[in-house]
Design a protein around this ligand. Structure first.
Ligand code: NCD
Ligand code: ZN
Length: 434
């Protein structure tokens, strides 16, 4: 078969990795970018009209739940990576809270093989830090590193025992590019909490979970990062106090990075007044002051990355009393548009910083060298092309198997038109092609 050739014509290329922001042509040949600029036009190529569109390095998600193995009624690796591709992602890191837990090389291989077979988006499976996510004994980190794992997390919980975390961070230090990602939540302080503890939880009559449930673990973990010199990543931060601690830790030179979700950047505890279980998420949506702090921290780089925490749940699981509904919102299909609409459009974040936070920095944290740019001839063609002004309403059908979106019914601006994975258009004209 002849190598495929595609040319994006007259497209605005934004590549913060090389500082490029210009309207030009880009050619793909086979799996790679072959040319940029006026010499990009190749006879016999499929020409895509890029006028009005933005082309950037494919998005990279540090935090998604693809649910396979074990919870295929919520999502599978295939449906989840299809949702990722539809959202402009070319790489995604699925969390280890599957059944069986991804705490050994066999499950890691299984998840990666399923993704390769689907061919929609690269996956970088996250390995569990502790066996069975039980928080007691360290999992087979070495075996999983050998299987290619670069990020470990017990997401869903923090590592409750500080000594276990100390040992894991120390052990992980032996591997140059391995990072431990913590879901910062003190189990005792959070117990029973349905939402952020504050005025709204009192008036809604829902049990609250204070921001201190997150902050005490952030404080503890930063102390252990200092003690060990290990590399620590903090998942889905939600509180202004956590941000202050990360800011100080970075100034001090600790090896720490942090992420925030689109839903924590957009919504607050006030949105729970309808008792809509799609707003029940972990950590809970907090106050407007916390949201302001998260937005400012993303803009000034204290928070490195936007991560979706895509957490699909079946309709019957979410359509129940608030107290019984599992926490989580899907997010892969709305992440880019949510950031464009709620941060870039009101000038809280530049377009190029948004791409840094959604592609370049998460690729670096994950060690995903084929992703996150730079956009240059010879580089793998892992790219997203989006219409920055197209408006749409978030509504079913979703590409994801689940529909529990906190953004349901809202209008967003920004629509993914093409996603190229190693040169193949897995999304074209806004639709998945596989
Ligand atoms: C996550 C899930 O559903 O797996 N849910 C969520 O609200 N973030 C697990 C978790 O981190 O609590
Ligand atoms: Zn989590």
């Amino acid at each position: 078969m002849a190598e495929q050739r595609i040319v994006f014509r007259g497209v605005r290329i934004i590549d913060p990795a090389s500082g490029r922001d210009e309207i030009t042509d880009l050619a793909i040949r086979g799996a790679r970018i072959s040319a940029l600029g006026s010499d990009a036009m190749t006879p016999g190529a499929q020409v895509v009209d890029g006028v009005g569109l933005v082309l950037a390095p494919g998005l990279v998600d540090l935090h998604a739940h693809l649910r396979e193995p074990g919870f295929e009624h919520k999502e599978t690796v295939e449906t989840g990576t299809r949702a990722a591709a539809a959202g402009g992602f070319t790489a995604v890191a699925p969390m280890a809270n599957t059944d069986p837990v991804a705490d050994n090389a066999a499950v890691i291989h299984e998840v990666r093989d399923l993704a390769v077979k689907a061919g929609l988006c690269d996956v970088f499976p996250v390995g569990a830090i502790t066996r069975g996510l039980a928080g007691e004994e360290m999992a087979e980190l070495g075996e999983m590193v050998e299987a290619g794992v670069r990020m470990f997390s017990d997401d869903g919980h923090c590592v409750p025992d500080a000594r276990v975390l100390r040992n894991a961070l120390t052990y992980a230090k032996a591997f140059e590019d391995v990072v431990l990602a913590e879901h910062c939540e003190d189990a005792a302080l959070a117990e029973g909490g349905q939402m952020h503890e504050g005025l709204h939880s009192y008036s809604l009559g829902l049990a609250g979970q204070p921001r201190e449930a997150e902050e005490v673990i952030v404080a503890r973990d930063l102390a252990i990062a200092r003690l060990t010199g290990g590399r620590l990543h903090l998942c889905h931060l939600s509180s202004a106090g956590s941000i202050e601690m990360v800011r100080r830790a970075k100034a001090e030179g600790l090896r720490v990075s942090a992420e925030v979700t689109p839903h924590h950047l957009v919504f607050t505890d006030e949105d729970l007044r309808t008792y809509d279980t799609n707003f029940k998420v972990n950590p809970p949506l907090r106050s407007p002051e916390d949201r302001e702090a998260l937005r400012a921290a993303l803009a000034d780089g204290t928070i490195d990355a936007v991560a979706t925490d895509h957490a699909p749940h079946a309709v019957e699981e979410k359509e129940t009393e608030f107290d019984h509904a599992p926490p989580g919102t899907i997010g892969l299909e709305t992440a880019l548009a949510a950031i464009l609409t709620h941060l870039v459009e009101p000038d809280l974040l530049s377009l190029s910083s948004a791409i840094e936070a959604m592609s370049i920095r998460p690729a670096r944290i994950l060690g995903a060298g084929e992703h996150g740019g730079p956009i240059e001839p010879g580089r793998p063609a892992n790219l997203v092309v989006f219409d920055p002004v197209a408006e749409w309403t978030v509504e079913p059908p979703f590409v994801s198997r689940s529909r529990n979106s906190a953004f349901l019914g809202t209008r967003l601006r920004g629509r993914v038109m093409y996603t190229a994975l190693r040169g193949e258009l897995v999304v074209a004209d806004g639709k998945p092609q596989r």
